[in-house]
Each structure stands twice: as structure tokens, then as C-alpha cells.
Design a protein around this ligand. Structure first.
Ligand code: ZN
Length: 123
């Protein structure tokens, strides 16, 4: 009967590891917002034979501009090349450093430096 128990789970606590997820870090060209994007290896990637391709429209939560991207990955999910419109890729280290810097800036930004002047519409 041991195998049945195995089949239906022996009640071992499973640590959640996101084996299915790939993470990408993108900075919006327009407003500088940083976005962490998860791609699901099974559902979001297209198999190209010798690798994978990921198509995504990323929307940041500051200016809500659409960032279009296509990423080519090799068979072990390493980024080979990418195209991105409206933003740029950053490494996880860059992302974390920028987030930390932003937190510090927020903390030390006690003084209000006023509004930026905006002129006209961008086309
Ligand atoms: Zn933006």
C-alpha cells in the first residue's frame, strides 16, 4: 500500500519553489518605473525548436505605457537576445539596487522640490 500513499501525497510539507517562473526586470523609458515580470515556462513561452520565445506587453504602474518585448531564450532559458520598445532590460542586481536607492531617496526626500513644468503633448 506504500505506493498509494506516495501517489496521494504523504503529507510532507512542500516548500514552494517557482520552477515554472522566469523573471525579467524592465525599466520604463518614459517614467523610469521598474517592473518585475514573471513568465511561465510552460504557458508563456513558445517553443522554437532549439529554444524559446517570449512575447509580452508589459505595463508599468506609473505611466501605464505599454512596453512591447520579444525575448529569445536558449534551451536552458537563458536570454539570447531581446527586442524591447518603450523600456529597457536590467539585471536583477540592477533592479534591486535601483529599488534600494529609490527607498533611500524617498526617506531622505523630506523637502518638497516642487512641480516639474510640462509643456505640450508628446506625439
Ligand atoms: Zn512608465
Amino acid at each position: 500500500m506504500g505506493f498509494l500513499k506516495k501517489l496521494f501525497g504523504g503529507g510532507e510539507p512542500e516548500k514552494y519553489v517557482d520552477k515554472q517562473g522566469l523573471y525579467f526586470f524592465v525599466e520604463c523609458d518614459d517614467c523610469g518605473a521598474r517592473v518585475k515580470v514573471r513568465a511561465d515556462k510552460q504557458h508563456d513561452l513558445q517553443n522554437t525548436g532549439d529554444g524559446y520565445e517570449w512575447h509580452k506587453t508589459i505595463v508599468d504602474n506609473r505611466c501605464f505605457r505599454r512596453i512591447q518585448t520579444v525575448v529569445q531564450l536558449d534551451g536552458s532559458y537563458q536570454m539570447v537576445s531581446h527586442e524591447i520598445t518603450g523600456g529597457r532590460y536590467m539585471t536583477e542586481a540592477e533592479y534591486l539596487a535601483a529599488e534600494a536607492a529609490a527607498e533611500q531617496a524617498k526617506a531622505s526626500d523630506a523637502a518638497d522640490d516642487g512641480d516639474e513644468t510640462e509643456t505640450g503633448d508628446s506625439g
